[in-house]
Write a protein that binds this ligand. Structure first.
Ligand code: PBG
Length: 337
């Protein structure tokens, strides 16, 4: 006697039919990544003909301006059309208030022009924070052992204006001071930079995954008396979830065009919460420590580099990212093209 088939249950419904070949899997795939998804972080140094590998970030480099020009042309040819610039500032130019950040002929300002001259259509975003310029390695001005919020905002706004004047399309404040988006937007509007966008690092956690980045820029907080050893009074506590929504909604109210969650992989619950809560594009920063972990495991032969890289990047997009800032951008585009 045959069992009666009950509608919409096994065996009428077998989910494995939709997994039976790569063709059917690709036909129904929900998340596809393409070069359009990626924002490429670039590290810039003074000097000539410099392309130096960052020790804790294998196959990732700091470029002097001449080689930055060729790098962005290469990126553009690969279909990578957006960059996020960071500069490594010589120690003798660092101080407590980040004066060098406002120098119209500073390294960042020249880097922006270099990218625009060599590849005019490349979208240029710039890091806005004091840490690469700070003699203490903090994102804000320090007084009596504390990071001073409102004075720092003044510098961040001037810094953003200076980047906009040099030709940046978007400024990307990564400092987590309160109210900085409002201060930056107000100054850009007052000065006529209506089209300069703001990508806010709105939910940025105090994370140990930033280690290799601080090596790359020599920007770690200094080990000195009366200087905070970490960034926990401004970056978020990684135990918090609801707070990410509060931070993000406030930044949008203040004028952020794009919001960000950072780091990536350990924070995908936050990415989905933010994506569901906002009506602006969401960026995710897959940070230096995430890059370093996979490179190290692959070097040891313990993980399949390309397979794990794809899985991680697709997961970030699946979680809700419209934009992925990643040191794997070139690797992944080579793999998928
Ligand atoms: C600094 C800044 C950091 C990163 C981007 N901007 C480090 C920090 O906050 O200490 C981290 C990026 C990475 O780890 O890849 N404002």
């Amino acid at each position: 006697m045959r069992t009666k088939l009950i509608y919409n249950m096994y065996p009428l419904r077998r989910n494995r039919r939709l997994r039976s070949s790569e063709v059917i899997r690709s036909l129904i795939r929900e998340t596809i990544i393409s070069p359009n998804d990626f924002l490429v972080p670039l590290f810039v140094v003074e000097g000539k003909s410099i392309k130096e590998e960052i020790t804790s970030m294998p196959n990732y480099y700091r470029f002097s301006l001449d080689l930055l020009a060729s790098e962005v042309k290469e990126l553009w040819a690969m279909g990578l059309k957006s960059v996020l610039l960071f500069v490594k500032v010589p120690d003798n130019l660092k101080d407590n208030v980040g004066s060098e950040a406002l120098n119209p002929k500073g390294l960042m300002q020249r880097a922006i022009k270099t990218v625009k001259d060599s590849c005019p259509e490349m979208l240029v975003m710039t890091d806005v924070a004091l840490d690469p310029y700070s003699s203490f390695g903090h994102d804000g001005i320090i007084s009596e052992g504390k990071i001073i919020n409102d004075d720092t905002n003044g510098v961040l706004a001037e810094m953003s204006l200076s980047h906009a004047m040099a030709g940046a399309d978007f400024v990307a404040p990564s400092d987590m001071m309160d109210g900085r988006i409002f201060e930056i937007r107000s100054l850009l509007e007052d000065e006529g930079f209506h089209d300069t966008g703001i990508m806010s690092y709105s939910a940025k956690y105090a994370s140990a995954f930033y280690g290799p980045f601080r090596d790359a820029l020599d920007s770690a907080p200094v080990d000195q008396q009366n200087i905070p050893k970490d960034k926990k009074t401004y970056q978020m506590d990684f135990a918090n979830r609801d707070e990410a929504i509060k931070e993000t909604l406030m930044d949008i109210q203040e004028g952020a065009d794009i919001v960000m969650v950072k780091p990536g992989l350990s924070y995908l619950d936050i990415v989905r919460d933010v994506r569901n809560a906002v009506d602006v594009p969401v960026a995710v920063y897959q940070v230096s420590g995430e890059y370093a972990m996979l490179k190290a495991a692959a070097e040891k032969g313990w993980l399949d580099h390309d397979a794990v890289m794809m899985e991680q990047l697709v997961s970030i997009k699946r979680a809700g990212a419209h934009i992925i800032a990643s040191y794997f951008s070139k690797d992944v585009v080579k793999l998928i093209s």
